[in-house]
Design a protein around this ligand. Structure first.
Ligand SMILES: [Zn+2]
Length: 432
């Protein structure tokens, strides 16, 4: 038997009832190491795909394993069976699993993967790419999971990336409350700053590393290196229960990978993600719930409304924008309905240039110094007090100081999506 390189990816094994794609990866890797002598040639990859896809599972995460194995056939059989048995098929999961036996990852697969971060891809297109790239695959349920599987399989993650250590509970503890000492999380967070992120939301006093459902994840800690996330184990291990084990994933979480491409407002496709450089073209206004709406205009004159949602914490910034401000926004395109037009859901706001703002005042009376009243459009002004009339008087524009500054505004950690790049990561991105 000679050693072969085998790439494996699976997606959509979980459902709302609480199974978990990363847990399946943890179990599969444990088995393959012990029973098949398999070696991982990279950390298991946890790849988050376009978060705007409406039919996604909770986090739209897929897993890819790059392995060296003795007997690829047996490994493929084992994984296929594990995905089928370990998925919540029938209660919302539509898993796909994909295998590639090759030393390299074909270009068309890499291209498909890049699109899967920000676009809406069909199962048919996935099948076509799989065939062209020599990928074997199995699908269950409606098979939508094939898109995510290929998206992960083709993702080399050779640019910016992060790590997440995920610790798992023993089956008998799943569903019980997770006891995590808030003070230890705060201390860990401070001790490892800026190399771990989203452990704790200071603004809301909330621990972010633990999920809340019945799934087998005890906690997940995200950071810049395998070593720093591994240090969470001694620092945060629960005293109340014994854990089942843990895996360190390499991931595109916290990288804004889905926002890399530029969206053209004219013809923007529903559910796609990207960024838009534009001018604010209408005064922002608040709607019920504290959300803020404003219109933006791209350099070709195309306009679209943009929405900043209250829970992101960005609404209080957006309301201070003025027509003419130059901004860049990370967005997801919300589908239009019969009642509402297509809208850009804002994920981050970068204020590039502030337009000068003015208060517009009526002219002052030359005779007595009181502010005059308009006589109507183009009819000049008259003074209330001394009745002096001036047909040539003009409105006065008084420069007003802006209440916001140029710079980057991102959502509060509690409102972060898996892919949202936290503020502390700006400037420390990896290039390989
Ligand atoms: Zn007067």
């Amino acid at each position: 038997m000679h050693v072969q390189t085998l790439h494996v990816a699976f997606d959509d094994t979980d459902s709302r009832t609480g199974r978990c794609t990363t847990h399946l990866a943890f179990k599969v890797v444990e088995h393959l190491k012990k029973e098949e002598g398999a070696k991982l040639v990279d950390y298991p990859l946890l790849i988050r795909l376009n978060p705007n896809i409406p039919w996604k599972t909770r986090g739209n995460g897929a897993v890819c394993l790059r392995l060296q194995v003795q007997d690829a056939g047996r490994v493929i059989d084992h994984i296929r069976q594990a995905v089928e048995e370990g998925s919540a098929i029938g209660s919302g999961a539509n898993p796909g699993v994909a295998f590639l036996q090759s030393d390299s990852v074909p270009a068309e697969l890499q291209k498909f993967s890049a699109l899967a971060m920000c676009d809406v891809l069909s199962r048919q297109m996935a099948e076509k790419v799989a065939k062209a790239a020599g990928v074997q695959y199995s699908t269950f349920g409606n098979g939508q999971g094939l898109v995510g599987s290929l998206g992960a399989l083709g993702c080399l993650l050779d640019g910016d990336h992060t790590y997440e250590l995920i610790a798992y509970r023993k089956p008998e503890n799943c569903g019980l409350p997770r006891v995590v000492d808030k003070e230890r999380v705060i201390k860990f967070s401070a001790d490892t700053y800026p190399n771990t992120f989203n452990n704790y939301d200071r603004n809301h006093g909330r621990v972010l590393i633990t999920p809340h459902g019945a799934d087998p994840v005890f906690f997940g800690v995200r950071g810049e290196s395998p070593e720093v996330v591994a240090s969470a184990l001694p620092a945060l291990q629960p005293l109340e229960e014994e854990l089942d084990g843990w895996t360190i994933f390499r991931s595109n979480q916290g990288t804004n990978m889905h926002l890399q491409n530029e969206i053209r407002v004219a013809g923007a496709k529903a559910y796609t993600a990207g960024h838009v450089k534009c001018r604010v073209s209408g005064k922002p206004y608040a709607i019920e719930g504290g959300h803020v709406i404003f219109t933006v205009e791209q350099d070709d004159g195309a306009e679209m409304p943009a929405a900043v949602y209250e829970p992101t914490g960005l609404a209080k910034v957006a309301i201070k924008l003025e027509a003419g401000d130059l901004i860049e926004i990370g967005v997801g395109v919300r589908k239009g309905t019969t009642k509402h037009p297509k809208i850009l859901n804002v994920e981050y706001l970068s204020v590039l240039e502030l337009a000068p703002a003015f208060d517009v005042l009526n002219p002052v009376c030359k005779m007595c110094g009181k502010r005059m009243k308009s006589e109507g459009r183009n009819k000049g002004y008259q003074c209330d007090r001394c009745k002096h009339r001036d047909v040539n008087a003009k409105k006065i524009f008084v420069p007003r100081e802006r209440e916001i500054k140029t710079g980057l505004y991102i959502p509060t950690p509690k409102a972060h999506r898996h892919l949202t790049k936290p503020l502390q990561r700006y400037g420390i991105e990896k290039s390989s």
